[in-house]
Design a binder for this molecule. Structure first.
Ligand code: AQP
Length: 333
């Protein structure tokens, strides 16, 4: 029988997820877990690269774990775990740091953007983020990594790091491929449609949170920035309308062309409220399921403990190969 391929994906518990995280990543996982040996992580170590309130971070870890499950991750089929529960991630990062260079890390778009938005805290972790991400992926001998378009550059660096290590020390890592969704790979901010939608945006009207109730969703879409030409078409010079069309077509599983036709004779006001209704209809059942799961903390702890145990077994196998290749003496048992 042919061996199943491995899928790995991680999301940061850096706030309540947005419809961007959902459309770009999460919503594809339910289906993909049937075709791949799937490993999903709550990337809490990554989140520390930006200042966090410890109590809020702890809460967000559970929020994200519950959201994964509410979106259809089945712990019987997939591994779900918290990154810091498997120390191999931090350990491999140290080794990979020794073959990565400040020049290549400081060139990363996310590092440059986050350095601007967190001027008072440009820490080493922020620059090292892609190396930790490479460790996450490479520890599991991953074949595919489903990500939104914003993570493409980091994924390419992970591939480079794997190839570099293999060339220098001998084959250890599988070189992973990205899996970028055909639609909604880059959902934009509702207030500044030239910028991607982010959960840590200081302007709450800029994103639809997976925790927004239907009234809030509708209200935020009503306030979404558009333009004054009143035509609902997808076009580079209409970033606001194009973003709304993208979101609508993704949540309704329609093509952009079909969505354009549907709204041919519609005004912006009507269009925005239809987009709001469609999005609310998709996220409301997920929100309710997530809240139900959050009430069963013991169950979440059980899933995460079991997930960490399974993840650790795979991760350490790779880490010990790496230690051996670079010349570290194994500890005697
Ligand atoms: N706007 C987006 N459109 C499509 N996909 C997106 N993703 C993020 N934003 C969009 C994808 O969601 C997954 C999880 O992302 P993450 O939380 O690990 O990191 P991120 O890319 O930094 O997401 P945010 O929301 O922008 O977080 P903050 O604000 O904390 O930096 C990834 O697959 C990502 O591509």
């Amino acid at each position: 029988m042919e061996e199943r391929k491995v899928l790995f994906s991680a999301i940061q518990p850096s706030g309540i997820l947005t419809i961007g995280n959902y459309l770009g990543a999460l919503r594809n996982f339910k289906k993909l877990q049937n075709d791949y040996d799937s490993i999903f992580s709550v990337a809490d170590l990554h989140t520390l690269t930006v200042r966090q309130d410890p109590a809020v971070l702890r809460k967000n870890v559970y929020e994200l774990a519950a959201l994964y499950l509410a979106c259809g991750i089945d712990p019987q089929k997939s591994i779900l775990f918290v990154q810091s529960h498997v120390s191999a991630h931090a350990e491999l990062t140290w080794i990979l740091n020794t073959i990565c260079y400040p020049g290549e890390l400081s060139r990363m778009t996310q590092f440059k953007e986050k350095s601007k938005s967190h001027e008072d805290n440009i820490n080493m972790g922020l620059m090292d983020y892609p190396v930790l991400m490479a460790s996450d992926i490479l520890l599991y001998q991953t074949d595919i990594v489903p990500v939104g378009a914003d993570q493409k550059q980091h994924l390419e660096l992970s591939r480079d790091i794997a190839i570099r290590f293999n060339n220098r020390f001998g084959d250890v890592f599988k070189v992973p491929d990205g899996y970028i969704p055909k639609t909604a790979a880059r959902v934009m901010s509702l207030q500044e449609p030239s910028k991607k939608m982010s959960k840590s945006d200081a302007n709450f009207n800029a994103f639809i949170s997976m925790d927004d109730d239907p009234d809030t969703v509708r209200r935020k879409f009503k306030r979404a920035v558009t333009d004054s030409d009143n035509r609902i078409i997808f076009s580079e010079d209409k970033p606001g309308i194009s973003n709304l069309l993208t979101i609508y077509s993704a949540v309704c599983d329609k093509t952009i062309e079909d969505a354009e036709k549907e709204f041919e004779n519609c005004g912006y006001g009507d269009f925005k409220s239809k987009v709001g209704d469609a999005v609310a209809a998709v996220i409301e059942p997920i929100r309710q399921e997530k809240n139900k799961l959050l009430a069963s903390k013991d169950y979440l702890d059980y899933v995460l403990k079991d997930g960490a145990y399974k993840a650790e077994k795979i991760a350490y196998k790779t880490l010990f190969k790496v230690y051996k290749k670079v010349g570290l003496v194994p500890r005697k048992r």
